[in-house]
Write a protein that binds this ligand. Sequence first.
Ligand SMILES: [Zn+2]
Length: 229
Amino acid sequence: MDKTQIKLTDLERIFIGNAPVAFMLEVFFRTIIVYVALLLIMRLLGKRMSGQLTIVDFAITIMLGAIVAPPMELPDRGILQGIFILVLVLAYHRGLSWWEVKNAKVETATYGSMSILVKNGLLQTDELEKTRVSRAQLYSVLRQKKIYNLGVVERVYLEACGAFTVFKTKGSRPGLSLLPTRDKHVHGYRHDADEDEYACQHCGATEKLSTKDKACNNCGAVKWDRAVI
Ligand SMILES: [Zn+2]
């Protein structure tokens, strides 16, 4: 577009654009056709598209959005072109899914693999760093499952699709409190373990301590909180 054609007072260009007003009617029909084609393609892409989005589904969703816009609103763009690109995306997605089923390495490359964030009541700090999951985020997930003591957590998996799966121990054992330290009002939910039982705030390991200056046997940190049961 020529620079001299851009004028802020040119309201007709800003609101209606360069296409004739009659194009609005065409947009009406273009949108219906593209919408039906998009719904059909989404349906063919499979069930996963309607459940929790994996990164591949998310990438495809963004692409679908970009693909359907021009054939709906650009007068010089044909609808068939847009539908052809939608069908191409469907073909690529089908091809990739087929390849993932055949080859586990391809699946790991596209979706990533599962990570273990908590093992036997202990935070796997390396995995937390690798997956960029913060303690606050993990504790919030556990609190939503009504778990307030890390000691009763057998495993937390971060699934490849981004969901957390939590397994609890059968019995109870002392561990790190997951209640927010700043909000004293919720501490009525807290049942402290024995007086000398402490939990490391860095990794969740518990030890019987006579002094709080001792370094954690598991991670070496010196930051303790009374263990809860
Ligand atoms: Zn520790």
